[in-house]
Design a binder for this molecule. Structure first.
Ligand code: ZN
Length: 412
């Protein structure tokens, strides 16, 4: 799409924090749907977003292109040919009815970082690529990190054969050339992403930014209790085998397990009771369990404790229980050396460098096997994300920009 900018270095404008926020808001008006923000992989919104952000990349002095996996790539060459490439960025796709900052904030902070270097006529020895990933949220194909997995060279047949609601496969959507997006053979110095926290920890600690220590691993499962349905008026309490009461007991047990260790979270997010009539003792009840922690052993221990509780509750109540695993992802640790550099840059900005785990997944998960990864979280209002109310403070973004700038210059 875009061509190399002919703009001389010294005139590339820096974009202040206010402008980064304004650009996120402007980008949020580009959507696949009328009246709400939704940009999915390969949709018309992504194409227009890539055009607009590509233009901003060129204004900052980069050459912009769209790769074979529809990732937007802005390139700033370094002074030494064999010094490798540092990757910065985030994703430009969104969930349905999204907010303005989850994803775009990281791309726009990275663009400002380049603009600042150019404005001050700083030349880095290594090349710098700013990425706008095409599919982090996984809305269209139900599988996250499509763009970053393509870049990492880890797209497999199972993913390529996945189809969207219209029967179009990933392979079909990419036109069979996705492998060309792989950067796995290159000398990649690292990937650093700025992202909103999506949680309330920084707000509670009154910190503008924080350094991500790890992205939590997750277990998702479905637990089912089978008792005996009966008439709510005629079956005496002593003779009941109430599946819903068993599940209710487990919900509280899951909450207690979640509270039992620092950083552990455990949730029953979906409840279903059958037959689901006011005058019938429930014969069957099922709930989903979601457990996350940055340490896989802690998570495994919590899951085992919940399973044991489910079995004990079933036995005590004379109901049957079954457990079905739905998903399991391992925790991904951030690179210690890059994270230390990021923490030093946070401290240099006058902020205590709090290390925190990310409960949500990010493109860094897909890239961790290909390049050292690091992430900087920015405080967001109320910890709200994946919602139109998402908001960040420009003063916090200003800190993130200073941190990113110091981090990149420090690597040089
Ligand atoms: Zn995101």
């Amino acid at each position: 799409m875009c061509r190399c900018s002919s703009r001389p270095a010294a005139t590339a404008p820096t974009v202040a924090a206010d402008e980064v926020v304004a650009r996120c808001r402007e980008l949020a008006r580009i959507s696949d749907e009328h009246g709400r923000l939704t940009r999915v992989f390969g949709g018309p919104g992504m194409e227009r977003a890539n055009d607009l952000v590509g233009r901003w990349m060129e204004e900052a002095g980069m050459a912009a292109r769209v790769d074979a996996a529809r990732n937007l790539v802005g390139h700033l060459p370094g002074s030494e040919a064999d010094a490798g490439t540092l990757l910065l960025g985030s994703h430009l796709d969104t969930v349905r009815d999204a907010g303005a900052f989850d994803g775009p904030l990281g791309v726009l902070c990275a663009i400002d970082c380049v603009a600042r270097l150019r404005a001050e006529e700083v030349t880095l020895p290594f090349a710098l690529d700013v990425l706008g990933f095409s599919d982090e949220e996984g809305v269209r194909f139900g599988s996250a990190y499509l763009g970053s997995r393509a870049l990492a060279g880890t797209l497999d047949d199972a993913l390529l054969d996945r189809a969207d609601d219209d029967g179009v496969t990933v392979r079909g959507a990419l036109g069979g050339t996705a492998a060309q997006a792989s950067r796995a053979g290159e000398r990649l110095l690292g990937y650093c992403e700025v992202h909103i926290e999506q949680g309330p920890v920084l707000e509670e600690r009154e910190l503008p930014v924080g350094v991500v220590a790890a992205i939590a691993g997750a277990t998702r499962a479905e637990v089912r209790f089978r008792g005996r349905a009966g008439h709510a008026g005629t079956v005496p309490m002593a003779l009941r085998r109430d599946a819903a009461a068993a599940l209710a007991e487990l919900v509280l047990a899951v909450e207690a397990v979640g509270r039992s260790a620092d950083g552990l979270v455990a949730t029953v997010g979906r409840l279903e009771v059958r037959p689901g009539a006011p005058n019938v003792v429930p014969g069957e009840a099922l709930g989903t369990i979601d457990v996350r922690h940055a340490d896989d052993a802690v998570r495994a221990g919590a899951v085992a404790a919940i399973r044991a509780r489910a079995a004990a509750i079933a036995e005590a109540r004379g109901v049957e229980t079954t457990w079905r695993d739905l998903l399991e992802t391992a925790a991904v640790a951030m690179d210690p050396a890059l994270s230390d550099r990021l923490a030093a840059a946070v401290r240099a900005a006058g902020v205590e460098p709090l290390r925190l785990a990310s409960g949500a997944g990010h493109d860094a998960v897909a890239l961790a096997g290909t390049a050292p990864v690091a992430m900087l979280f920015v405080r967001c209002a109320g910890g709200v994300s994946h919602h139109p109310d998402e908001a960040v403070d420009a003063a916090d973004v200003a800190v993130a920009l200073d941190v990113l700038d110091a981090f990149v210059r420090g690597l040089a």
